[in-house]
Write a protein that binds this ligand. Structure first.
Ligand code: AMP
Length: 260
């Protein structure tokens, strides 16, 4: 295939967020590849690996309409055959936030992305800001292991009420779907305070917490105002600080973030 080659790794159940990555790749690269792989090693026991939506025909039709050149859909046994023993561990920045609730998650993510980068040697790999910690972890891995790839991060695509698009939004019933707008409301409330001059990180975390608590269907897993690279909680907010949260609503565990 002709270069530059852009790769968009996904787990399928594609929506406008994924489409924005493919379109960006299409606009910047001669050839565009998309992987669809629900990667078992990034799901914990009791998580939704088995029930994760897999609308393959719809995904393929969408990717065709977006102009993807190749789609790769491996079977789990071909990625993790008997005897598979190799894992990529990114230290420290995988521990807070998502790492707290989902131990082992980023080991699975880093391992599959390293595998994709080795197998396809793309010039550019496209990821969404929606998964901010994933971006930090993969940037670190690419730097540390010297993968010859440019990591391109695309903005979070949202529904009209602010809810970040996610394959897991399909788990929400209509009432929960309405409630789910609370994540973005909480983030924007904190951003407003920041824009008005507030620089105390705890005050921004409190603002987000108060908005979340106003929604009875939402239960907080974490709320964070952290450095975007080290992911350490901040005392004082500076430019580029990452506000993020994970919230459970019904059967769905939703994450969202904004960068100040
Ligand atoms: P996933 O299929 O959930 O693993 O996501 C595949 C890629 O799409 C990841 O890089 C995500 O960060 C990105 N992505 C998912 N949702 C969105 C969204 N709402 N906006 C932008 N990118 C997204």
């Amino acid at each position: 295939m002709e270069g530059p080659f852009g790769l968009v790794p996904t787990m399928g159940a594609l929506h406008a967020g994924h489409a924005s990555l493919v379109s960006r790749a299409r606009s910047e690269c001669r050839s565009v590849g998309v992987s669809i792989f629900v990667n078992p090693s990034q799901f914990g026991p009791g998580e939704d690996y088995k029930s994760y939506p897999r609308p393959v025909e719809r995904d393929l039709a969408l990717l065709e309409s977006l102009g993807a050149d190749v789609v790769w859909m491996p079977r789990p046994e071909s990625i993790y055959p008997p005897g598979y023993r190799t894992w990529v561990e990114v230290a420290e920045i995988t521990e807070p936030l998502e790492g707290q609730s989902r131990p082992g998650h980023f080991r699975g993510v880093a391992t599959i992305v390293a595998r994709l980068l080795n197998s396809f040697t793309p010039d550019r790999a496209y990821f969404g800001q929606k998964d901010a910690q994933q971006v930090a972890v993969l940037r670190r891995m690419v730097r540390d292991l010297d993968f010859p790839v440019e990591v391109v991060v695309c903005p979070t695509v949202r529904e009209p009420d602010g809810l970040a698009m996610s394959s897991r939004n399909a788990y929400l019933n209509p009432e929960e779907r309405k409630a789910a707008a609370v994540l973005y409301r909480a983030l924007t409330a904190a951003k407003e305070k920041y824009d008005q001059g507030e620089r105390n990180a705890e005050s921004l975390r409190s603002t987000m917490r108060a908005v979340l608590r106003s929604e009875p269907l939402a239960s907080e897993q974490y709320i964070s105002a952290a450095d975007p690279e080290s992911l350490q909680e901040l005392e004082t907010i500076g430019r580029g600080a990452l506000l993020s949260m994970a919230v459970r609503i019904g059967k769905a565990r939703l994450i969202d973030n904004i960068v100040l």
